[in-house]
Structures are given as C-alpha cells and as structure tokens.
Design a protein around this ligand. Structure first.
Ligand SMILES: *Cc1c(COP(=O)(O)O)cnc(C)c1O
Length: 392
C-alpha cells in the first residue's frame, strides 16, 4: 500500500491503492480486484476506460488539446450543439469542475436578475435548500449547512437563503422581489441520496415561473443517466431554466462541466464577463461529445432503471437486517446502516476487505452508485457481500 505522506489530509481515503480500472472493476497495487460501487461519485457512470471515451480522448490527444477560448477550436461547437440538444436548450457555457459550473450559474442568475428582471444593483438573492452540496469554493460553502464544509472558512458571501428541501411552501415564502433564482439538487447526492416528495419539482417549476425567478437544477451528480432518466428532473417531467452539469460529462477522464440554458438566460453574459483558461478545451470537448453520444439512444438510462429495480429488491431483503432503510432513484441508493452494526465507515471498511468499494456519507449512510455498465450478477455478488458484512 502506498501511504500519502505528502498529500494534504483533506480526505481520509479507505485503505486501498488503486492502480488500474476497467468497466465496473478496479485493481489495486497488489493485484486484488474490487467492484467499484462509488464510480467516482457518478463521474464514472460509463465505467472505467469506456472504449468510446478512451478512443475520443486518444484521438484528440494526437491533434490538439488546448487552444484557449481566445481562438476557436473545431471541437467546441459540435460538443455544445450536441449537449444543448440533449438538454433541449439553446446555449452551453463550458467550464471544468462542478463547483465552477455552480459559480457560473450564480453569476449568470445575478446578471439575469439585474439586466432582465430589474433587481436593484447588488440586491440579488438566491434560495437554496438545507442539506445541499454544491461544491467547495468559498461562496458555495457559505450556504452549506455541513459544519465540516463550512465552519473554518468564513466570512461567507451574502445573498443566499436556505429553506428545507422538499418543502414547497417554505420555498414560496422565501421568494421576494430581489430573488433571482432557486438552486436545488433534484436529488441530494452528498446528502445521502435524499429524494424530495413526489410533485415537489413540479411545484418548484410552477412557483419559479409564477414569481419570475430562475429554476437552476444542479444535476452534476444526479444527471446523465444515473436515475434512469437523462436528468433527475425528467422523473417529474420538469424542465428547469438552467442545468448545471459535471462529473459524468467528463466520462471520468477529465473534468468537464457546463451550464446549459436558453438564450434569454445564458445570453445575458457579454464577452469578457466570464471565462476559464481550460473551459471547453478541445480534449474536454471531444470527450464531452462522446459522452453525449453514449446518452443519446437512452440505453444507459434504461440500464440504470432496470438494474436499479434489481438493486431495490436486494436492498428490500436487508431492511430490518442491518439496514434501517434506504432511498433509491435508478441505480443510485443511500442506505442507512443500523448503528448496532456499526457506522457507515465500518461497513465501507468491511466491504473493502471483501472486494467491494463504497463510500459512507453523514455517519450512518453508505451510498451505492455503481457504474451503469455493471452486470446484474455483479450487483448480486456485491449485495451478498453486504449481507455478510451486516450479519456479523
Ligand atoms: C460533486 C458535486 C458538485 C461539485 O463538483 P466538483 O467537480 O467536485 O467541483 C456540485 N454539485 C453537486 C450536486 C455535486 O454532486
């Protein structure tokens, strides 16, 4: 095992050192294989080393990898056109990490508020949800309510109010004339795969439309096939004003994120007002275009739906036997572990010893988000390992 003596301790990794990966499997430095049920927090929806994505990246590596946005590249427009079509929107603003997409969304919403809605200068307000996770920048952690994410990093940027997730009445009450946007995760991933009550997203859509406020859906983790639909918002047939995308958009190969919206919204930005040295670079655009290609025929979405139902029946059998309860959307589950068995971390460590990789979140919860290429038999095997761990 390779210790990380020179790596800052902002993570506490499980004791495994991965050397290679293929599909749903990774291999450590000692040659042991593990089934990956985290999939890079859903960045690896298409598995490790998907041949189409590796081919797109390899091909582009030999051509050109960075032009900067000072010049055009022949990869950016095809990627933007394909992603805009997948989203049913007009425009794409490419960035790199998820947090950058969120920051970009905040800037666009504020500019829209001042230039289109007519909010007085510097008064723009955004409504967010308790339990949110939108990334790690100083502005974003200011409206987190996770003390670890937030406490040591003030002063916090003003302009955000938080309301309970899933409570449309609280949301309605928080909107005023200065509100420019409501920004939520349609399903809270880091929060433990927290699914709002049925109809909530539709209510958010109606409220934001009535009150002339943008609906921003952070689909960085929930989007791109994970829930059995292209977007988690599709589960309620809802189209937000703005999609924030990341994670799987880079196919687990490199960071690719994007803000996707119509002309009336994203068109408010003028040249020079926003940018990124690497955002939309040819390598990222080539991989992103291949990712959109994988999502176009709906095959991965169907897999997530079918495999997710299979996972659900396996989890049902564990409720009351080490599992207190679980929440699931497509091939994505937050499983609450009975404290009598141990913590989420204890379960993750025991599963690691049995060749299964999962990650705990918020103490008692483990998150199950395998690559969508996983086979049902592999999922069964992983659930057998979980059963063994829980019954000890
Ligand atoms: C991971 C995540 C982010 C941040 O993405 P990074 O690439 O880590 O900056 C933002 N929003 C959601 C919902 C996420 O899951």
């Amino acid at each position: 095992m390779t210790a990380e003596a020179h790596v800052a301790r902002n993570y506490k990794p499980l004791p495994v050192t991965i050397a290679s990966g293929e599909g749903a499997w990774v291999t450590d430095v000692e040659g042991r294989r593990y089934l990956d049920l985290l999939a890079g927090y859903s960045a690896l929806n298409f598995g490790h080393g998907h041949p189409d994505l590796v081919a797109a990246a390899t091909d582009q590596l030999g051509r050109v990898t960075l032009t900067s946005r000072a010049f055009r590249s022949d990869r950016l427009e095809p990627f933007a056109a394909a992603l805009a079509e997948l989203c049913g929107k007009d425009l794409v603003l490419p960035m790199n990490t998820g947090a950058e997409a969120v920051e970009t969304g905040i800037k666009v919403a504020r500019a829209w508020g001042y230039r289109v809605k007519g909010v007085p200068a510097d008064r723009a307000k955004m409504v967010v949800a308790h339990g949110n996770f939108h990334g790690r920048t100083t502005t974003i952690v200011g409206f987190s309510d996770d003390p670890d994410a937030r406490d040591a990093f003030g002063p916090y940027a003003p302009g955000f109010v938080a309301v309970p997730f899933g409570d449309a009445a609280a949301l309605a009450a928080a909107i005023d004339d200065d509100t420019v946007a409501v920004m939520i995760e349609p399903i809270q991933g880091e929060g433990g795969v927290v699914i709002p009550p049925d109809g909530y997203l539709r209510e958010v859509r109606e409220l934001t439309r009535e009150r002339n406020v943008l609906f921003i859906a952070d689909e960085i983790q929930s989007g791109l096939g994970r829930t059995g639909e292209t977007f988690a918002c599709d589960r309620e047939g809802v189209v937000p004003d703005m999609y924030l995308l990341g994670k799987a958009l880079g196919g687990g190969i490199l960071p690719v994120s994007a803000v996707v919206a119509d002309e009336e919204v994203l068109g408010v930005l003028r040249p020079g007002e926003h940018g990124s040295t690497f955002g939309g670079n040819p390598l990222a655009a080539a991989v992103g275009l291949a990712v959109v290609g994988l999502l176009r025929d709906g095959g991965f979405q169907e897999r997530a739906l079918a495999l997710g139902e299979h996972l659900g029946t396996r989890l049902d059998a564990l409720v009351g036997r080490g599992v207190v309860g679980y929440r699931r959307a497509g091939l994505w589950a937050g499983v609450d572990i009975d404290p009598a068995v141990g913590t989420g971390r204890d379960v993750a460590e025991a599963l690691l010893a049995r060749g299964v990789l999962v990650k705990d979140t918020h103490g008692q919860t483990i998150r199950i988000a395998p690559p969508l290429v996983i086979r049902a038999t592999e999922l069964d095997w992983a659930m057998e390992q979980l059963q063994v761990v829980l019954s000890r």
